[in-house]
Write a protein that binds this ligand. Structure first.
Ligand SMILES: CCCCCC/C=C/CC(=O)SCCNC(=O)CCNC(=O)[C@H](O)C(C)(C)COP(=O)(O)OP(=O)(O)OC[C@H]1O[C@@H](n2cnc3c(N)ncnc32)[C@H](O)[C@@H]1OP(=O)(O)O
Length: 279
């Protein structure tokens, strides 16, 4: 994928300087050590190969810059945090493309789930499937209180199955029984339900999502990094190791599953339904 970096905006201090790429805007504040990362892949921030690639590059840049200890993930697109994996990347393409795409999905999850940075999701829009997965890799989730902003792993509604590491991430967050029900039914939770089940940590009025994320971030950043990072590692490494050990097999499994005629038909029908919704 071709990556076009954005130019820094004119301004006097670091906090006024933006960097990032075409689809991932980064607003760094060197004074606080916090960067706000905004997805900008209109209309719905679907996780195309380009967005995944740019996301990984921006994250790596922040991880390697010791100025930054915390990142807030949010959306630049109105009403949608992320529509999840890009269905057009999984439909009508060849096996090599599916393999490349899935490797990028895995890579992003691996980097986010064990990131040394404090990650907070400021969820300012709908957050289904892969969008929900991204928020689940964060250390804390804040969801805007809007009945249209549903969140959950709804894969079964598309006729597909959430991979084991999606499932593990959910189980680590809301427990086994709640995950079993949520995954089988493909539940998309309203904000109050998401809070109740523990899928998000806070629900706040829409105009307070970012300010809340910044104050929560201050609390997390008050903890010494080495102790917090080792603790995070202790909690999450077993889950990550499971995928690392069978990464290639997981890619092969995805490619053969997604290439099936029946799965291709289900995905095509789902995409058609999304498009018809408008008419
Ligand atoms: C063994 C391994 C198995 C495979 C495991 C794979 C796991 C998959 C996880 C996933 O993430 S699959 C993706 C699941 N995502 C969804 O179900 C969400 C679908 N989208 C929506 O529900 C809505 O779009 C929205 C996010 C609630 C936003 O609604 P809104 O009304 O604002 O926008 P729309 O009119 O519906 O959409 C605009 C435009 O975007 C297209 N689009 C929407 N979602 C996707 C997507 N995920 N990928 C690609 N394109 C998407 C939609 O078709 C519209 O297109 P146009 O009509 O404008 O051409």
């Amino acid at each position: 994928a071709t990556i076009r970096r954005t130019e820094p905006t004119a301004g006097s201090g670091d906090s006024a300087r933006r960097f990032g790429t075409q689809r991932v805007l980064v607003e760094p504040d060197a004074a606080s050590g916090v960067a706000v990362m905004k997805f900008k892949n209109p209309p719905v921030n679907s996780l195309s190969l380009e967005l995944l690639t740019e996301f990984i590059i921006s994250l790596e840049k922040l991880e390697n810059d010791k100025t930054f200890r915390g990142v807030i993930l949010t959306s630049d697109c109105p009403r949608v945090f992320s529509a999840g994996l890009d269905l057009t990347e999984m439909c009508g393409k060849n096996p090599a493309h599916y393999a490349e795409y899935w490797k990028a999905v895995q890579e992003l999850w691996l980097r986010l789930y064990l990131s040394n940075l404090v990650l907070i999701a400021a969820i300012n829009g709908a957050c289904p499937a892969g969008g929900c997965l991204i928020s689940l890799t964060c250390d804390y989730r804040i969801l805007a209180d809007n009945p249209k902003y549903l969140i959950g792993l709804n894969e079964t509604l598309l006729g597909i199955v959430a991979p084991f590491w999606f499932k593990d991430t959910l189980v680590n967050t809301i427990g086994h029984r709640a995950s079993e029900q949520a995954l089988q039914l493909g539940l998309l939770f309203l904000p109050a339900e998401a809070l109740q089940v523990g899928l998000v940590d806070q629900v706040v009025p829409e105009d307070q999502v970012l300010s809340t994320a910044l104050s929560v971030m201050a609390r997390w950043m008050a903890i010494p990094d080495h102790a917090r990072q080792l603790t995070k590692n202790m909690m999450r490494k077993t889950t990550v190791d499971r995928l690392v050990k069978q990464r290639d097999a997981d890619i092969q499994n995805f490619v053969s599953f997604i290439s099936r005629d029946s799965i291709q038909k289900s995905l095509q029908m789902y995409l058609e339904k999304l498009k018809q919704k408008k008419g």
